[in-house]
Design a protein. Structure first.
Length: 130
């Protein structure tokens, strides 16, 4: 039996459209709000069609030296062009980009995961220093 961790994929986001890209300051002040943006398909666009789309993105923070991560947010993308008249004929689509604000009191790692309905679970991480 495989473990979930063995199914999580990662790659260079410049060559793989499923990898989340975390954009934020690398150094922040303790206790001050800062924006974090996560994008899927930043360099190579993800289709986001009825047949092939990003379902959700989750963002966690893992303080340095901790064995516990903290979920900052989970974001679902629900509109992929579906419609009663047929796939991709609907009036609305969502794109896989979210921005949140957070504040931290210790250095650690931001982790982003994304789930593609066809290609599964993907992850990336970024160190943030206080």
């Amino acid at each position: 039996m495989s473990k979930l961790a063995e199914c999580v994929k990662s790659a260079d986001w410049k060559t793989e459209k499923h990898v989340p890209v975390i954009e934020c300051a690398e150094t922040v002040k303790a206790g001050e709000w800062f924006p974090v943006t996560v994008t899927i398909g930043k360099e190579i666009a993800h289709p986001n069609t009825t047949e092939h789309h990003i379902v959700w993105v989750a963002v966690h923070f893992l303080p340095t030296g901790s064995k516990v991560s903290y979920e900052l947010g989970r974001f679902e993308f629900s509109a992929h062009g579906q419609c009663a008249t047929g796939p991709n004929q609907g009036p609305v689509h969502t794109d896989s980009l979210v921005t949140l604000r957070t504040k931290i009191t210790a250095s650690g790692t931001l982790c982003a995961t994304s789930y593609c309905n066809i290609h599964g679970l993907w992850e990336t991480e970024k160190l943030v220093t206080v």
